[in-house]
Each structure stands twice: as C-alpha cells, then as structure tokens.
Ligand binder design. Structure first.
Ligand code: ZN
Length: 300
C-alpha cells in the first residue's frame, strides 16, 4: 500500500492507494499554523490512523511547498515558513520509523498526471501549476527530474519572455525581481493586470466569467493572459521539447486556454509545427497527494 501526504500551508491531506492505484482511504485536516513540531506530529498521526484503519503498513511519500536542498538536506524555497531550514525528511523518518520520500508539490502534480493522469503514456511531461503562485515540475520516463539545486521546472520566477509595451511597467515580485512569469500568470497576476487597466478589483474566476459573457475589458485581460502564457510556454518547449504540458491550479479550469494558447504558441516555438499537447489535468486538487503516493512506485 502507498500513502501520499500533501503537506500544504492550510491543510494536510492523506490518500492511501492500493497496489492497483485505487484510492482506499483519504482524510484531510487543518495544518497546525506556524508550529513545526505539531506539523510533524499531525503527519505521523494521520499515517498511523490510515494504517490502523487498513491493517497494513504503507510506503510514505510527502509533497511539500518547497524543496529539499541537496546540499544541506534542509527545506528551502517554502512559503510555509516554519518548514524552512528544518530537517523534515529525517524528522518524519524518525517519527514514522521508515524511509520517507519528499518532493516539491508541483513535482508531485507533474508525477501524478504523468503516471495515470492527462500525461499518461507521454515520455516527457511538464506539469504547470497556475494558481496563487506559478510552479512547475518535469517528469521523464515516469521519474521526477531533480537537479542539483532542486529547482527543475521552476519557471515561475523566470522573466516573462519578449516583454512588450502592454507588459510594462514590469510588476515587482516577492522574490525581489520584477517581471517574473508568476506576476502575470498566477490568478492574482491576472487580477492585478485587470486592475491596472480598469481600476476595478475582480478575482480571476470572475474575470473569466465576465469575459465569457462578452465583457470587453475582461475579454482583453484574458486575451493578454493567453498571449503571455503562450510566450512563456513556448520558451519551455524550445528548451525541453516535452510531449505534453499539463495545466493545474485554479487557472487551469478556464477551458478556452487549451485551444487559444496552443494556437498562439506556434508563433514563438522554433519549429514549423508544434506536436506538444496542452492538456487539462485529470486529477484536479487530488494530483498533489496522488503524486506523493507515486513517489514510491515499484517501477522506479
Ligand atoms: Zn519572482
């Protein structure tokens, strides 16, 4: 049995999969806020509860907002600040009495969709999270690509390629730079772009809904969004040439992206035809926790 844990900033979710990949147990609890020891204890007790309920010992994979430094073994790049600098892998292994696999949550998303989701059967999958932030992960031949800096696929803080008049001034980003992809392509990024043009505050789902009803300003903002996403993904295709790009996060629910962005990116990809498929995720919010479980796939 495989257990996946999605350790998020607001909730911790556990999913148990049987050997055929079917969901057999699931539970979600609130994340203890700002308390590392309580977070460890909560994860351990969830795993023990699942094992008691199912009468079986499980492999444990954990998706985290952030990454494990390959230099120090400590958590870095996390927006759950109580995890930063902590030996989370060792501490979880001590609490659970077994080896635990940890991965970045966007990598878990990519792995889930590559294993039995939208990217099933594709050799190289780029999984993209377009949510409150922008992240990404790369899966090759069913394995997550982890580089020496543990940042493979993290394109959200690359600059938006080919900035044009309508992209200026470059929005400043929390990472200290300006004009990052995330500042345009996250949900709040679309909302901020709309507000710059209209002075009006609307969230991303409302902008998409009004665009669908024919609102001209919302339509223009969404068209700018699609054009930027096309530029940003074209640079990924030029570098990685993935078979499939799978979108996740709240923005992935906007149906028109899949047609429009795949039409627009042909202008920027260095190829006469673009065979890369742009796909909507299959597992939705469950992809993080499913991918964490798949970290222990027997074939790996
Ligand atoms: Zn940034």
């Amino acid at each position: 049995m495989r257990v996946g844990v999605d350790l998020g900033g607001t909730k911790i979710e556990l999913l148990a999969l049987d050997n055929a990949g079917r969901e057999v147990w699931r539970k979600r609890i609130a994340t203890p806020q700002g308390d590392y020891a309580a977070t460890l204890a909560a994860v351990a007790s969830l795993v023990h509860e699942a094992e008691a309920a199912l009468g079986e010992r499980a492999t444990v994979g954990v998706g985290i907002p952030g990454a494990l430094s390959r230099v120090t073994g400590l958590v870095k790049n996390s927006n759950s600040v109580c995890l930063i600098g902590k030996p989370l892998k060792q501490d979880l292994e001590a609490a659970l009495g077994r080896e635990v696999r940890l991965a970045n949550d966007a990598n878990c998303f990519a792995l889930s969709e590559a294993t039995d989701g939208a990217g099933r059967g594709a050799r190289v999958v780029f999984g993209v999270i377009l949510g409150t932030g922008v992240g990404g992960g790369i899966v090759v031949d069913g394995k997550v690509l982890v580089g020496p800096n543990s940042i493979a696929g993290e394109w959200g803080h690359n600059p938006l390629p080919l900035p044009r008049e309508s992209d200026l001034p470059l929005p400043s980003c929390y990472c200290g730079r300006a004009g990052c992809i995330e500042t345009y392509l996250s949900g709040p990024g679309l909302a901020a772009d709309y507000q710059r043009g209209s002075g009006e505050q609307l969230d991303a789902p409302e902008i998409a809904a009004r665009a669908a009803r024919g609102d001209a300003r919302c339509e223009a903002a969404l068209a700018r969004y699609e054009e930027r996403l096309a530029r940003a993904l074209a640079s990924v295709i030029n570098l990685l040439d993935p078979d499939a790009i799978v979108l996740g996060g709240g923005m992935s629910n906007i149906e028109r992206l899949y047609v429009n962005v795949a039409r627009l990116w042909t202008s920027y990809v260095f190829s006469d035809q673009v065979a890369t498929r742009l796909l909507r995720n299959v597992h939705g919010d469950a992809s993080g926790v499913r991918g964490a479980a798949w970290l222990w796939d027997a074939a790996r």
